[in-house]
Design a protein around this ligand. Structure first.
Ligand SMILES: Nc1ncnc2c1ncn2[C@@H]1O[C@H](COP(=O)(O)OP(=O)(O)O)[C@@H](O)[C@H]1O
Ligand SMILES: [Mg+2]
Length: 243
């Protein structure tokens, strides 16, 4: 059975789309085929981050309304294992019933399907992608973001107990200088189990220009550890200063 993931957050701009793209590159390195589904209606960005924006004709709303999945799916020229379905241009075009049928179909076509949701909580769409979906809440180490992650944790329905936390834009210096709480406190405050920590990184910041991540960077290594954990390998967290 494949892996179905959904990236969520309480607050916008925590890095859900960047982490989703990074995870797709990491899963591809594990030789898995990946479909990224952009759920951010009206504010789509995965096509731009991964460099297929100039090819886009159809989007998710077209597929939900009958266009063949293959016709609205854009495979990366730089990585044939990764494909993207862009979000609808206008809001209000993703119906839960149609999404549910679509999710069942694409899970049989790819090793990994990642639904990149917008910030906030949309339970009808969360349920539509299926009970096997693992929810990854992406937060930054600052107190506002951690409090929002805690709110997401408190409001996810019980059956979403596979939900886990990714701390993104981590910078050990801020913790060393005691500006931000230490990792254990962040995890305790959020209420989630930790899945991984992704560092602040210029490689990730420049993804919309490079459409790729250098495999030797700390950021890629962090994403690769997360992809391996999600593939059931046991991967320990490195020492904080090495993240
Ligand atoms: N680990 C990171 N290091 C540096 N910049 C990051 C990192 N993660 C995300 N960003 C930047 O943060 C901004 C928001 O990221 P994005 O993935 O669009 O967030 P979201 O999908 O949660 O709204 C973007 O400018 C992106 O380049
Ligand atoms: Mg996003």
């Amino acid at each position: 059975m494949g892996i179905c993931l959904a990236t969520t957050s309480g607050k916008g701009g925590t890095g859900k789309s960047t982490v989703s793209c990074g995870l797709s590159l990491a899963f591809a390195k594990l030789n898995k085929s990946v479909l990224l589904v952009d759920m951010d209606e009206g504010l789509r960005c995965l096509d731009l981050l991964l460099g297929v924006d100039h090819k886009v004709v159809f989007d998710l709303s077209d597929i939900l309304n009958g266009v063949a999945i293959a016709d609205g799916t854009y495979t990366l020229p730089q990585n044939p294992l990764i494909s993207v379905i862009p979000a609808p241009r206008q809001i209000g075009n993703i119906q839960a019933d149609a999404l549910s049928t679509f999710a069942k179909k694409v899970k049989s076509l790819y090793d990994v399907v990642i639904f990149d949701f917008p910030a906030g909580l949309d339970f009808s769409l969360y349920s539509a992608i299926g009970d096997d979906a693992q929810f990854l809440t992406v937060c930054n180490p600052d107190p506002v973001s951690v409090r929002d992650a805690a709110a997401v944790c408190a409001s996810l329905p019980q059956n979403k107990n596979a939900a886990r936390l990714i701390i993104n834009r981590f910078d050990a210096e801020y913790i060393k200088k005691k500006i931000y709480s230490n990792i254990d406190d962040i995890i305790d405050m959020s209420g989630f189990r930790l899945l991984g920590i992704v560092p602040q990184s210029s490689d990730l910041m420049l993804l919309s220009i490079t459409h790729n991540i250098n495999k030797k960077t700390k950021a890629f290594k962090a994403l690769y550890r997360i992809a391996r954990r999600l593939s059931d390998y046991e991967v320990r967290l490195p020492k904080i200063k090495k993240i």
